[in-house]
Ligand binder design. Structure first.
Ligand code: 1GP
Length: 231
């Protein structure tokens, strides 16, 4: 069984975006710890199955980050389920989860399911707009959410999501200080080894997304944080 807590670097692929076989091969052979499939818009059963079958050729853990019920497909190693802590809409706290369990609860292997306490912090991101996230948070707000996740809900994972924008390092650091049990995942705007290294000092796991589609070489360089920390 894979040890999620040991993951330092993850590539997140958007099933609604095109990726060539060559680029996919480069990503999957890059020494990243896992591939996550997830997105906000146009995530469908068809494009998730298609991408899953292409990534499955590689001996890497494969995660589906669930965005809607229609695109939940069996065959992944793990299912990450976001609960958006700072959303104004309960749909994104537990509404989708409730519907999913009502439909599929009888067949879920809960060992494969990881609940992510999500904090959406880039107001311009699609996910912030969709979930109506209150992104106007200061460090003390974020610390309170970190305590909520670590001490109250006792979730296995907190995901600080700046999707599309490089985040505030002090904010990530503040959350990390309070997460004594919960794994801290950071994603958003990482385009260089320097940024990957900076966020990795505080986050247990970094997620690299958009740059895959903009500059594959830059994306691959972010994996170097693993060699540095394994020395
Ligand atoms: C998006 O957190 C991930 O869900 C990664 O963010 O796409 O900005 O790299 P980027």
């Amino acid at each position: 069984m894979y040890d999620i807590k040991a993951w330092q670097h993850v590539f997140k692929l958007d099933p609604a975006k095109e990726i060539s076989d060559n680029d996919l091969d480069t990503l999957c052979m890059s020494n990243t710890d896992a591939i996550m499939i997830g997105g906000t818009d146009n995530v469908t059963e068809d494009n998730v199955i298609h991408l899953m079958s292409r990534v499955r050729r590689y001996p890497l853990p494969l995660v589906l980050e669930i965005s809607n019920i229609e695109s939940i497909i069996p065959g992944f190693d793990f299912y990450f389920v976001p609960t958006v802590l700072n959303s104004q809409d309960t749909t994104y706290h537990n509404g989708i989860m409730h519907q999913a369990l009502k439909q599929f609860g009888f067949m879920v292997n809960f060992d494969e399911v990881v609940l992510e306490g999500y904090l959406v912090l880039n107001p311009d991101s699609k996910v912030a707009q969709l979930t109506q996230a209150n992104t106007n948070l200061d460090i003390e707000d974020v610390e309170a959410y970190a305590q909520m996740v670590n001490e109250m809900y006792k979730l296995p994972m907190m995901y600080i999501e700046y999707s599309g924008k490089y985040g505030d390092v002090a904010t990530v650091e503040a959350a990390s200080r309070l997460l004594t049990n919960t794994q801290l995942v950071y994603g958003g705007g990482i385009t260089s080894i320097e940024q990957a290294r900076e966020m990795s000092q505080h986050a247990d796991t970094i997620v690299v997304g958009n740059i895959i589609y903009e500059d594959i070489k830059k994306a691959i360089k972010t994996v170097k944080i693993k060699k540095e920390s394994n020395k």
